[in-house]
Design a protein around this ligand. Structure first.
Ligand code: ADP
Ligand code: MG
Length: 562
């Protein structure tokens, strides 16, 4: 076992680590610390979320910093307030025995006056977020001209959040002589871009699949239709008694909406995203850490600062925008030697992304069926019985009182009594129609059904029960679709008009809408019946076209509104 001492750290720094209970350096620390202690070269360091990157850059800085003056020597920039606070607090803990070292955090959402005061009194290390830092530079409060170390923590995220201009402006204030370090969980395009622009001849350290965090995470996926996503989520949650985790959504709106719906359905969930005030976020995080909230519904960005080690699950309500972000998400569980599960709720057309992510993580993402009512009942009751069996009965009810209770229940046999208890506790799960509907979508049959035609996306062939003989032509097909406002913008691919019927290829994600809105409508006195079919739409109309509907421009055949 390598020790922090062997990496070359000063006893004062190690004392701080002792207090924190850090015994053994993590792999990224083992490689980055000795490098940063002896080399002045730039460094790109890649290691998964939760692998101790903060200490990997902070400890060598603390080891070399001169604490005898007020001069700013190290500047760390990171994407969010949460992360900024986290990093500055971590560094303060590491520096507990490093006499005189001062650390200041500057971030938006808090009064700038305090931060100005703190900077004026002198800070050797500043941790900041791009917007606030840029502001403080413009006010000539923060001066970066003499820094020795520049750390870009999760720099790719800063670019993704649109801080490119701030970053450019901030970095142009730093000296050429600085040593730049970039820490990230993934080698994404933006990381490459940053490395190219801001770093020279950087050493690269990458802790790949050896990562301890990742080994403890198993991966699962469910396949459901998009419209069943929320229902599937509820069942998955019902089937995970004791779940403590993060549910990832794509946008702030979706995050809020899903959290609201979960709360309405009595789940211990709370939203966490950029539109929520700082004060509120701190409260939510507090309750989450104390497990009063079991499920945090969050955007990727908001989840960055969350530092909780014993999450049982990470759930991807939707895929992240980029496959690489999946590792950030799943790395939130399976930390600190505990095991965790990362779940993806996917639609049939997203199965390709499952395979792409499998390639990135080098692990199988196991297929699971969405549980039905009976599965959930069993799971919950089993869990309850386990809890009951493990409950300590000592000192609960006095013998005297218990004989009273016994007397009251005398007429009921033990088995009957168990049934009563279960019914009173789990009755809500027994309902007749409760969770009966099979939510699992079949990825395989979907693939068989689809054919080419629509630009890029997956399509489904629909069989209309009317054809040439009834007077239907291509115009008529568009006319039918255009007659319903809710079908606006649907991509229509190949159309084959036979005498008795018509096959129309439409984009898969809207096929359900076509069925819903057109089935049963009238075409020249005949009732239209539509079904999904495997029959091909035959003759090609080329690369497919978008139904411009009521708002379409009228230019030529392709774009014409019929
Ligand atoms: P990252 O930046 O890679 O996502 P952090 O630096 O935030 O990870 O560290 C994740 C957690 O692991 C923190 O709670 C930190 O205190 C803890 N940690 C870091 N290094 C060690 C270590 N060597 N031993 C024990 N715990 C550690
Ligand atoms: Mg970090």
């Amino acid at each position: 076992m390598t020790t922090f001492k062997e990496l070359g750290l000063h006893p004062d720094v190690m004392k701080g680590l002792d207090d924190l209970g850090f015994v053994e350096p993590s792999p990224i620390q083992e490689q980055a610390i000795p490098f940063l202690l002896k080399s002045k070269k730039d460094l790109t360091a890649l290691a998964q979320t939760g692998t101790g990157k903060t200490a990997a850059f902070a400890l060598p800085i603390l080891n070399q910093i001169k604490a005898d003056g007020k001069e700013l020597q190290a500047f760390i920039i990171c994407p969010t307030r949460e992360l900024c606070l986290q990093i500055s607090q971590d560094i303060k803990k590491f520096a507990k025995y490093c006499k005189g070292v001062t650390v200041t955090a500057v971030y938006g959402g808090e009064r700038i006056e305090f931060q100005i005061k703190s900077l004026r009194s002198g800070a050797n290390i500043v941790v900041g977020t791009p917007g606030r830092v840029h502001d403080l530079i413009r006010r000539k409060i923060l001066k970066l001209q003499n820094i020795k170390w520049l750390v870009l923590d999760e720099a790719d995220e800063m670019l993704d959040m649109g801080f490119k201009d701030d970053l450019d402006a901030i970095l142009s204030e730093t000296p050429e002589t600085r040593q730049t370090m970039l820490f990230s969980a993934t080698m994404s395009k933006s990381v490459h871009a940053i490395a190219r622009q801001y770093m020279k001849d950087a050493e690269e350290i990458s802790i790949g699949t050896k990562n301890v965090g990742a080994e403890n995470v198993s991966h699962e996926h469910y396949i459901v239709q998009g419209r069943d996503r929320f229902e599937a989520l509820k069942r998955i949650l019902d089937n995970l008694p004791g779940v403590y985790g993060i549910l990832f959504c794509r946008t702030r709106n979706e995050t809020q909406e899903v959290a609201d719906k979960l709360k309405q359905a009595n789940y211990d969930a709370e939203a966490m995203h950029g539109d929520i005030s700082q004060g509120m976020r701190t409260k939510i995080m507090d309750r989450f850490k104390r497990k009063q909230i079991r499920l945090l519904v969050a955007t990727d960005v908001a989840a960055r600062g969350i530092d909780v080690n014993d999450l049982t699950h990470v759930i991807n309500y939707n895929f992240p925008d980029q496959n690489e972000s999946y590792t950030h998400r799943s790395g939130r569980t399976g930390r600190a030697q505990k095991s965790g599960v990362s779940i993806i709720i996917a639609t049939p057309r997203e199965t390709r992304r499952i395979r792409e992510i499998e390639n990135i993580i080098g692990k199988k993402i196991e297929y699971k069926k969405v549980p039905n009512g009976e599965d959930i009942c069993r799971k919950q009751i089993d869990n309850f019985l386990e809890e009951v069996k493990n409950t300590k009965i000592k000192d609960t009810i006095s013998e005297e009182y218990f004989s009273e209770i016994s007397e009251k229940l005398k007429s009921i046999k033990k088995d009957e009594l168990v049934k009563y208890i279960l019914a009173s506790k789990f009755g809500h799960l027994f309902g007749d129609k409760k969770n009966k509907y099979n939510l699992n979508a079949d990825a395989q049959s979907f693939r068989e059904k689809r054919i080419g035609g629509v630009s890029g996306g997956d399509t489904v062939n629909l069989k209309f029960s009317i054809g040439k003989r009834h007077g239907l032509d291509v115009k008529g097909v568009f006319g039918l679709i255009n007659s319903k406002k809710s079908l606006l913008g649907i991509e229509v691919g190949k159309i084959n008009i036979a005498p008795e019927y018509t096959i129309v290829s439409v984009e898969e994600r809207r096929a359900g809408d076509v069925l819903k809105h057109l089935n049963g409508t009238n075409f020249r006195g005949k009732k239209l019946n539509i079904t999904i079919t495997n029959e091909s739409a035959g003759f090609s109309r080329g690369g497919g076209e978008r139904n411009k509907g009521y708002k379409g421009k009228k230019e030529g055949f392709r774009k014409k509104r019929y």
